[in-house]
Design a protein around this ligand. Structure first.
Ligand SMILES: [Zn+2]
Length: 95
């Protein structure tokens, strides 16, 4: 009887841990959209696309937010820096 009770509590604790360790967002991992579209060149003149990878203040969106892979994040970064240099997109905005 006492043994059964002990096993019960341990089972409950295991279940609790399983629930807590469950991944926060399962099944909808963001993929790199350039990889999905098989893009291997990001044009610095396509400001609409570049704007999507910048914050409202004009900063670069980090990879963990944009969901880009390392390769395409580099391409986006380079394109944005080029576009900034010829004033297609802002370095920053006036607050
Ligand atoms: Zn990619």
């Amino acid at each position: 009887m006492a043994r059964d009770q002990r096993r019960d509590t341990r089972d409950n604790r295991d279940n609790f841990r399983d629930n807590r360790d469950a991944p926060f967002r399962r099944g909808r991992r963001k993929r790199c959209r350039f990889c999905m579209d098989k893009v291997d060149f990001i044009d610095y003149k396509s400001t609409e696309i570049l704007r999507g990878f910048m914050t409202d203040r004009g900063k670069l969106l980090p990879r963990r937010v944009s969901g880009n892979c390392a390769k395409h994040q580099r391409h986006v970064t380079r394109a944005i820096k080029r576009a900034r240099n010829i004033a297609l997109v802002p370095f920053t905005t006036q607050q």
